[in-house]
Design a protein around this ligand. Structure first.
Ligand code: ADP
Length: 230
């Protein structure tokens, strides 16, 4: 299974990415997490990316490209990946298309989490009190939402035109959002866990349960069960 995850800041992208990658037994590749790690390690890439991250702006495409290509190339032969945070603008979407074509990679779906701007702001402001991300203050949060609206939201149409868009209501409970995505992917013919060579491969068939509470499924019809963690 090869998925892209497209969602505004605060929509629950990280949470769903974790649950879906566990369910399908695929690697979760988060460009935001990778960039934050580069910044923390003060690598040349991190030093260059930091000012963009702190402002809530997109990091230049060429800095992202190499980072993504490397991780995707590693994950692809192991059963697939969920790419969380890329592509994020039209140039990256076209680049992703070209890269996939060159390498013979077929994307199964582009998942879009739909959440209203008011709800996003509410969630992000609540989170800013508990997490210490340098881009979680009100001004930067508002800017990140604007950047999403201007640059990333148009990708929903881009992927819809290619028959890849899986749009779900991101204001539902976490478990229901995951279930809707799994159901819609199955209905679109992308299959469930184990389909397309995923599942059995990547995690050796046993993905450990964790706080996300998703158990890998042996087939497309079984919903992920909540381990009672919430
Ligand atoms: P959020 O969706 O909450 O903004 P992410 O962790 O996905 O959080 O991204 C954090 C920041 O990382 C973005 O604001 C941006 O600066 C940078 N970033 C992540 N992915 C990309 C990308 N594909 N292109 C450019 N910048 C990116």
């Amino acid at each position: 299974m090869r998925l892209l995850l497209l969602a505004p800041p605060g929509a629950g992208k990280g949470t769903q990415a974790k649950r879906l990658s566990q369910y399908y037994g695929i690697e979760h590749i988060s460009t935001g997490d990778m960039l934050r790690r580069e910044v923390a390690d003060a690598t040349p890439l991190g030093l260059e990316a930091k000012t963009y991250l702190d402002r809530g702006d997109l990091v230049p495409d060429e800095l992202i490209r190499e980072m993504v290509v490397e991780r995707v190339s590693e994950a692809d032969p192991k059963g697939g990946f969920l790419l969380d945070g890329y592509p994020r603008n039209l140039a990256q979407a076209e680049e992703a298309d070209a890269l996939a074509r060159d390498r013979g990679i077929t994307i199964n779906g582009a998942v879009y989490l739909d959440v209203s701007a008011e709800e996003l702001l509410r969630r992000l402001m609540a989170r800013s009190g508990t997490e210490s991300r340098s881009d979680d203050n009100e001004e930067t949060i508002r800017h990140r939402i604007e950047v999403f609206e201007a640059q990333t939201r148009p990708l929903a149409d881009y992927f819809r035109q290619r028959g890849l868009l899986i749009s779900v209501d991101g204001e539902q409970p976490v478990e229901k959002v995951t279930q809707d995505i799994i159901d819609k992917l199955a209905a679109a013919g992308a299959g469930g866990a184990g389909a397309g060579g995923a599942g059995a491969g990547a995690a050796g068939g046993s993905v450990p349960g964790d706080a996300a509470g998703v158990t890998p499924s042996p087939g497309p019809d079984r919903p992920p069960t909540d381990g009672g963690s919430h």
